[in-house]
Design a protein around this ligand. Structure first.
Ligand SMILES: [Zn+2]
Length: 275
């Protein structure tokens, strides 16, 4: 399996669609996000334990999206740590959607690379409201900020100034902002919080590692999008006029036009509601 390293104590891979990261805290290794497929997750866990020569001590989830949690069952022997928001979103997804999927939908998931055969929906076992700290020879802070989704959490290694951003950062790829719980105002604020950390390395949820410049570019896109929508709403434009306006700000959406439209539609709805 292809992987890359970020400093001495981290390796990560994008093979399972959403990036999965392994962090060596000294006595234990933690994996962050379990990819879209439990068989891939099993392969990755084995590789990580071989690489660091230390057992995986737990799984941490940055948020509830299936491409970050569908390999969870491979970690059912260790703590699975997530914010309460993430656990609630997972439970909703399970009861409102997953328990009712029909055969055709299952095939769609399977064709999308998700491991459906033998899949077991696996929830977090340790939850926190806002922050959580894992202590070892090195310390890892988990901070919930929401934004991309209710429950979205980033991870911060203060000693090496490494930030693991989850899907708060889609690096050089149009961000998915159409989750029903996506709060674009909160997301933009979270970007400023990430920039203020002044990280040396940023591991994104999708895409390559990022720099402060990348974070700034994403933050500028969010600010410009919010301003654009709010100005147009005040001027009386309809949702459709706003979302099809060729002057709507862009951030690497050229190959993901549908994702852009769905995200903008959600942001307009959201900004209209909060007024
Ligand atoms: Zn996501």
């Amino acid at each position: 399996m292809d992987y890359q390293s970020a400093g001495e104590n981290i390796i990560w891979t994008g093979v399972g669609y959403g990036n999965s990261i392994a962090i060596n805290l000294g006595e234990k290794v933690f994996i962050v996000d379990s990819m879209l497929n439990w068989e891939l997750a099993a392969e990755w866990r084995e590789m990580v334990e071989e690489y660091f020569q230390i057992k995986v001590g737990g799984l941490i989830l940055t948020h509830h999206h299936p491409d970050h949690v569908f390999g969870n069952q491979i970690f059912s022997d260790v703590p699975i740590i997530a914010s309460t928001g993430t656990k609630d979103m997972m439970k909703n997804f399970q009861t409102e959607y997953w328990e009712n999927v029909d055969q055709a939908e299952r095939e769609d998931w399977e064709n999308g690379g998700y491991g459906i055969e033998g899949f077991q929906f696996t929830l977090p076992t340790i939850c926190f409201e806002q922050t959580y700290q894992l202590k070892g020879p090195r310390t890892l802070d988990l901070i919930r900020v929401d934004g991309h989704t209710t429950g979205s959490t980033y991870l911060w290694l203060a000693d090496t100034k490494i930030l693991i951003a989850g899907d708060l950062v889609f690096n050089r790829e149009g961000p998915f902002g159409a989750d029903e719980s996506c709060n674009i105002i909160q997301w933009q604020k979270a970007m400023e919080e990430l920039i203020d950390l002044n990280p040396d390395i940023v591991i994104s949820g999708h895409g390559p590692t990022a720099t402060i410049q990348d974070l700034t570019e994403i933050n500028d896109f969010f600010k410009a999008s919010i301003d654009f929508i709010q100005d147009k709403l005040v001027a009386g434009f309809t949702s459709e006029e706003i979302e099809t306006d060729p002057k709507f700000p862009d951030y690497y959406y050229s190959e993901r036009k549908e994702r852009k439209t769905r995200s903008i539609q959600h942001w307009i709805r959201f900004l209209k509601e909060i007024g």
